[in-house]
Design a protein around this ligand. Structure first.
Ligand code: WT7
Length: 661
């Protein structure tokens, strides 16, 4: 699909909603302010960011240079400035807001905790001291593999406090994914928990960490284990220690390390179209700036708000809008440990009521799943404290948007559909809730200072409304990724080379309507978006071919009404093609195998067996053909190059499913 820039828009959404008047009246950014921000950024882009950085960040040493382009596209921001990110999230609030709640926590079983800014500061300092006592120094990598509990954020903030680089690995990833990430990052220490609770079950994090570490990951010296479930786990002498024991001995005061603006704050692994997941490297100052600013601009956050971003800290959304941005903005965050449907589909709404959530941010896949359960569940809860709703992760279909607005937002809350990526660090394209009229399904316009555009295959801007093209960002911005960890070549190749280093290439296609609003159409590379999570088709394919019976595999996405995309895998075995119940049994095994290799999110929804895969003469798998076959569509491609036309019938054949699986 890589060169499909002529995709014409198929959406014809006409509805439009002006910002509610009472919201606009009190908004941090109203139409007038938005206009002046845009003007300021347009006149002097670097100057604009320089001003923002001085206003929003407390610097230990002021910067003198805003943007260093000498090694573009490896841009550097505020380079000679020094700061500490954790200081900017915690210490800055102690005098005026020390007793305000920083974190409200709800466990899946309904247990709750409240942590004030002062308490959070002390918890972070203690854990930072504990890390130091374990020999962690500025620049060392710490892998965090945790459930959604306050300690996950405490561990991240503690790393930031001492200048250690964290890399959070989503708790749903398997031992083998964890091992790859620990090894690539060269982590010295791993922070995990005995287990976490999800959908009534225990996620065995420590057991998975043991599996990952045993016989590999020689860089890891220490594993700190937080007690969450209280279950028995193996503690390896000389390597594993309990969280409560290490913090007990640690003093409550930890001077922040004053690090350089460009010092890496974290690595976060994400899927690309080829090879292994790449370690997206973010900076300290630039990242913090956009994280904080977008919390104020897009979420209109104030210290009186209870902000619930439902993302796990294992994803970038959980970094920017759980662990850093809202704390820098001085708001209260809600952290919820469990599943949205536990014990029933009313849990999100129950949590909103119980914790007085005012701003709620979630993924379209969750909205679609909960919408399916009907209006009665949300109607049981008082959602009147909500004042703003957001979505992220994938395009939202207008029907789900309208339901969100009516049933959850009571037709009173503006909705912000926010487009961004792991690589962009923070929201890039989004309505300003008090200023931008919204349209269901559109993320509207780029934020001030962000120069987004849509270009054709030759890099020329597309001016025709409705015509699709490549989404690009034409100027550097502070929270952009700096590089791919240990692989700058891949950074250059993936994001810059397509248009001769002129633009950052997002990998999405989009079009603009007559009002200049952006409509994201989807990925232009072989990356899937399954339930709001990014997954490379190649990653799933390599997992499949790593199975002893598999010779070849091709993976494509299929439209799915809740998950957005489902995973369909075509598999060629080393032996004979199985039939009937054999096929069924092997398909089941292969699905489990992929879950073990990557994680449950990567389990193919469907597996089909064939004698070979359709390829072009040059040996490229004809993915588009496979996608059409998966959808049961008429085949329009030229199939004359196929070695064996009969194969098409095999590819069309579904493996019968065992009822209830
Ligand atoms: C990809 C980035 C950073 C958010 C979590 C996902 C898709 C993201 C939207 C949106 C349509 C969206 C894009 C993007 N995406 N937000 N509002 N509308 N599509 O982060 O895993 O880095 O994935 O998610 O395709 O490239 P990610």
């Amino acid at each position: 699909m890589a060169d499909e820039t002529d995709i014409e828009s198929i959406l014809h959404e006409k509805r439009q909603f002006a910002p509610p008047e009472d919201f606009a009246e009190h908004a941090r950014v109203d139409a007038k302010k938005l206009k002046s921000l845009h003007e300021l950024a347009a006149t002097d882009n670097a100057g604009f960011w320089g001003q923002m950085a001085r206003d929003e960040i407390e610097w230990h040493t002021a910067f003198t240079q805003i943007l260093d382009e000498s090694e573009a596209p490896n841009y550097r921001w505020f380079t000679d400035g020094k700061l500490n990110v954790s200081y900017n999230c915690l210490d800055v609030h102690l005098t005026e807001r020390g007793e305000r709640i920083a974190i409200r926590f709800e466990g899946e079983e309904g247990d709750t905790r409240k942590i004030t800014y002062r308490e959070l500061h002390a918890l972070v300092c203690r854990f930072a001291n504990a890390l130091k006592a374990q020999g962690v120094e500025t620049g060392d990598r710490v892998v965090i593999y945790m459930p959604m509990i306050p300690e996950a954020v405490i561990a991240m903030q503690a790393c930031a406090r001492i200048g250690a680089i964290h890399s959070v690995v989503f708790g749903g990833f398997s031992a083998s994914s964890l091992r790859d990430r620990i090894e690539d990052a060269g982590a010295k220490l791993v922070v995990t928990a005995d287990g976490g609770r999800r959908a009534g079950k225990i996620v065995e994090l420590k057991a998975a960490a043991d599996l990952a570490l045993d016989g590999s990951c020689p860089s890891v010296e220490t594993v700190i284990v937080c007690r969450r479930t209280g279950q028995a786990v193996n503690m390896k002498p000389g390597r594993d220690i309990w969280w409560d024991e290490v913090v007990e001995a640690a003093p409550e005061d930890c001077q922040p390390a004053w690090i350089e603006a460009e010092h890496p704050l974290f690595l976060l692994y994400t899927s690309g179209s080829t090879g292994r997941p790449k370690g997206v490297q973010h900076s300290s100052a630039g990242y913090l700036l956009n994280a904080k600013l977008t919390c104020r601009w897009v979420f209109d956050l104030r210290s009186s708000d209870v902000f619930w971003c439902t993302a796990d800290v294992g994803w970038v959304t959980g970094h920017t809008y759980v662990a850093y941005g809202p704390l820098a903005a001085g708001a209260t965050i809600l952290i919820y440990e469990g599943a949205p449907t536990w014990p029933d589909g009313g849990r999100f709404w129950k949590n909103c009521q119980r914790h007085n959530v005012t701003v709620f941010y979630t993924a379209p896949t969750a909205i679609r799943a909960l919408m399916k359960l009907g209006d009665e569940l949300p109607a049981q809860y008082d959602l009147t404290k909500l004042r703003l709703l957001g979505t992220v992760g994938e395009p939202i279909n207008p029907e789900a948007w309208m339901w969100y607005r009516r049933v959850i937002g009571g037709e009173r809350c503006p909705i912000v559909d926010t487009w961004w990526q792991t690589e962009t660090g923070a929201i890039m394209i989004s309505p300003m809730p008090g200023a931008t009229p919204t349209k269901p399904g559109s993320c509207t316009r780029a934020l001030p200072g962000i120069d987004a555009d849509i270009v054709d295959a030759s890099g020329e801007p597309i001016t025709k409304s409705g015509a699709g093209g490549y989404l690009v960002i034409k100027r550097p911005w502070p929270s952009m990724l700096r590089t791919i960890w240990r692989d700058n070549e891949r950074y250059l190749e993936t994001y810059w080379e397509k248009f001769g280093n002129r633009y950052y290439v997002a990998g999405d296609s989009a079009h603009r309507d007559r009002d200049g609003y952006f409509w994201i159409m989807g990925r232009v590379d072989d990356v899937l978006n399954v339930a709001g999570h990014r997954l490379g088709t190649m990653e799933v394919e390599s997992a499949l071919v790593a199975h002893e019976q598999v010779a070849e595999a091709a993976v494509v996405g299929q439209p799915h009404d809740i998950k957005g995309e489902a995973i369909l895998a075509f598999v060629v075995l080393k032996g004979a093609r199985p039939n009937g119940s054999d096929a069924e049994a092997l398909a089941g095994q292969l699905r489990e195998w992929v879950a073990e290799q990557i994680g449950a999110i990567a389990k193919p929804d469907e597996i089909r067996f064939a004698d070979n895969l359709p390829k072009t003469r040059s040996g490229k798998i004809m993915r588009r053909l496979l996608r059409d076959i998966g959808r049961g569509e008429e085949i329009t491609e030229d199939t004359s190059t196929l070695e064996n036309e009969g194969i098409l019938d095999q590819l069309r054949k579904k493996v019968p499913k065992v009822p209830g699986t």
